[in-house]
Design a protein around this ligand. Structure first.
Ligand code: FES
Length: 106
């Protein structure tokens, strides 16, 4: 099993209020930009099926578009039910105008 950095798109395509939706193997991942930093979180809501990156960014939180659960984008910590649990976070960085995510290829 190898963990490596994956190029998932141009950093210019990620804005503070418009996350990037991407897929690495079978993992759906949402990429967020907050105050110039990039964050990558699992994108499928643990409550039911909704893509969180299509939800609403408010301050440093993402709100699920289906039932309104919320998580902190920087830590993945759940801040409002009915999310059920914290989100998995992936190491994420910007290099030469590209967004890179560290994840295990599957
Ligand atoms: S599907 Fe996300 S809170 Fe229900």
């Amino acid at each position: 099993m190898t963990t490596e950095w994956h190029d998932v798109g141009a950093s210019a395509d990620v804005s503070e209020d418009m996350p990037l939706t991407t897929k690495l193997g079978d993992k759906e991942i949402g990429v967020y930009r907050l105050k110039g930093q990039y964050y990558a979180l699992e994108d499928v809501c643990p409550h039911a099926y909704a893509l969180l990156s299509q939800g609403f960014v408010m301050n440093d939180e993402i709100e699920c578009p289906l039932h309104g659960a919320r998580w902190n984008i920087c830590s993945g910590k759940m801040t409002a039910e009915p999310g059920g649990r914290d989100l998995r976070c992936y190491p994420c960085k910007e290099e030469n105008g590209r967004v890179l995510i560290q994840a295990t290829a599957t």
